[in-house]
Design a protein around this ligand. Structure first.
Ligand code: MG
Length: 250
């Protein structure tokens, strides 16, 4: 099931996408809901970020091939940092190039959408905490990352976390091609089977530190090929099975 959040005229709602049609949902997609009779054409709505995370937990180096590219040893445990809720934007939204940076980078990532409150869960229990998966772009001001020595400023500007286009509840995060194109040119290409830390380990690890709540997102690290974006660029994150997340830099 592909869950989308949309705006249609003055209405914001959730629906289930099938082909070019959205069936509207009654109830709470993070709780009890059912698919109603009312339908809208995908062309008639504006897709929004598919959830409104209270927090986005981000994982640093997590691809074997990215570690090799950087000539780095594999980490012994996941490196985590946060992006604020206000960094989230949706498909088609403009990534705003801040005046404070001169080196704005893309990072294609798989996003995990948490479905229920979880704290200190085991890897075996982790699957029950997941609503589904989405595409994400961990936009980063690379010069500020080097200058500050910690990552709050460089990762946290408004619009620095595009997510979407949907939450896929059936996606299996064992293997899937992940790629990023900039103005149609491929810049990143890998497979999520190259994860150093798999999804159950990440959820268990993060939940030992902080309680995860419905709608929270964990983004899982980026493959090789990170690089700069300029104003006017069209950036697309594509994970096979999850669709395409496209944004313009402005
Ligand atoms: Mg990242």
């Amino acid at each position: 099931m592909k869950i989308v959040r949309f705006r249609h005229e003055d209405e914001i709602g959730y629906g289930v996408l099938k082909g070019d049609e959205i069936s509207l949902v009654d109830g709470n997609v993070f709780g009890v809901f059912h698919i109603g009779d009312r339908k809208l054409a995908l062309d008639d709505v504006r897709l929004l970020a598919p959830c409104e995370p209270g927090k986005a937990v981000c994982i640093g180096l997590n691809y074997v091939d990215h570690a090799a590219e950087l000539n780095m040893d594999l980490p012994a445990e996941p490196l985590m940092f946060l992006k604020p809720s206000t960094s989230v934007c949706g498909p088609g939204d403009t990534i705003v190039y801040p005046a404070m940076t001169e080196n704005l980078h893309y990072e294609a990532e798989l996003g995990i959408v948490i479905g229920k409150r979880c704290k200190a869960v085991s890897e075996e229990e982790a699957g029950e905490c997941i609503l589904g998966y989405t595409c994400a772009n961990d936009v980063t001001a690379r010069d500020l990352q080097a200058r500050d020595g910690q990552w709050t400023r460089c990762k946290s500007f408004d619009t620095f976390l595009p997510i979407g286009p949907c939450i896929d509840t059936r996606f299996k995060p064992d293997s899937a091609p992940i790629r990023l194109t900039l103005n149609g040119e491929e810049k990143q290409s890998s497979d999520i089977s190259n994860f150093i830390f798999k999804v159950p380990r990440l959820i268990s690890f993060v939940s030992q530190v902080m309680t995860l709540l419905p709608g929270d997102v964990i983004i899982t690290g980026t493959p090789p090929g990170i690089g700069p974006m300029e104003r006017g660029d069209v950036v697309r994150v594509e994970i096979e099975g999850l669709g395409v997340l496209e944004n313009v830099v402005g």
